[in-house]
Write a protein that binds this ligand. Sequence first.
Ligand SMILES: [Ca+2]
Ligand SMILES: [Ca+2]
Ligand SMILES: [Ca+2]
Ligand SMILES: [Ca+2]
Length: 473
Amino acid sequence: MNRNNFLIHFAIALVLITIAGVLGQIDRWRSGLRPATSETRDLARNNSGEAKQFRADAEPEVLVRFKSGVSRSEIERLTRRFNDRIEDRIEYVGGLQSIDDLDNADPETVAAQYRALADLVDYAEPNFRIETELPDFRPVAERRDEAPVNSPNDPYFNDQWALFNSGENGGKSRADIDAQKAWEQTKGSEEVVVAVLDTGVDYTHPDLVANMWTRPDNVPQYSDAQLGTFNDRFGFNAQSNLADPMDDNGHGTHCAGVIGAEGDNDLGITGVNWNVQIMPLKFLGRGGFGTTKDAIEAINYAIDRKQNGVNVRIISASWGSTQYSKALEDAIRAAGENGILFIAAAGNSSTNNDSRPHYPSNYDLPNVISVAALDRNDSLSSFSNYGAKTVHVAAPGRDIVSTWLKESFREASGTSMATPHVSGIAALMIAADPEITVETLRKRLLAATDKIDSLNGKVVSGGRINAAKALAK
Ligand SMILES: [Ca+2]
Ligand SMILES: [Ca+2]
Ligand SMILES: [Ca+2]
Ligand SMILES: [Ca+2]
């Protein structure tokens, strides 16, 4: 080996060692962030009051909305001056950009730098960290024997008390969303697309695969000027900026099953919709953490698909934090202006959202619905947040059986599980009335409840959502 060859081999070895070191670091960093599922409820309680910022260097540090009239070249000049880079422009929220500081300065410092340009900047905020309302997951509990007449043949249907509650396991008979009666009107439609903004969805799950959205040939691939072009066959992954939204956690897959696991296919459970299209929008990672930027990026994707002819009508959001983000609020507003209802979990801290706001459920927007969780006795679940002014409805959210990774099924509890019941009912309403507006949809949903005394003063509607009432003419 001559000297030059030796140097080349030495350099390659050094690069490989460095890569291995970085991968190891990333892995350590990931496991450091990942909470043990069994401790989730406690972690959520302890952490939810803190406004944590995301510190990974690869992520953009700030979200800045420039005033209308500030030109793109001017924005580029400014970012260069600060040694920053525009990571992404949010096309459907005019003037909003995510900005990566190349010196990796503290996000609050970077935000303050832009905020000081008061003539040019509407607002600037750190790219906040978001965590899911990760519930406890358990193997599916034992089944009861009695099934109501005209039940779907899915073997776990007997355990889906949220859909039909016969009073088993100490529950209260008919404390359910009255799905059986709703299904006399409609069992859903493959024309309706519901986006699940979460950890992704296992789109190969045998009880979901028939009801997953796939991009039709006449809809162009997703193309973003800053992020690139994606062959988005199944949805979008804003966390890794990839086309593939495969779930690596399970949470999003569980939520998707509640909305639309295939009904009456002799397998697993039935969704509130037997038939629907689920579009996974992954922005939360394996450990259940994400950023406001990636949530916004995924919402921007959903709006883009809508503008390209995909019938996205609902975004189901089973996550949140106490951190207010103007940028996220603006993105959700833009979704509403594009005919998309946004249904959000009220949170799992047992607290009052009127006095201690939880987002995105608390954004006071005409397309947002905030959902609390009930148990099988029509009682507010002990973990559920509430709010006479800010939490709109309650839905079943305890001991909910649904789809999980690797062809399995699990039982989980959380406002995460209550939220997709409401999203599912909204999808049924759209199936029955395809031209319904967001405004009418929301109004009818909030009126379609069974009043429950214990919810008086706890949620705006004072009741549990009822699918049959939501579909009544
Ligand atoms: Ca963009
Ligand atoms: Ca940076
Ligand atoms: Ca991203
Ligand atoms: Ca099924």
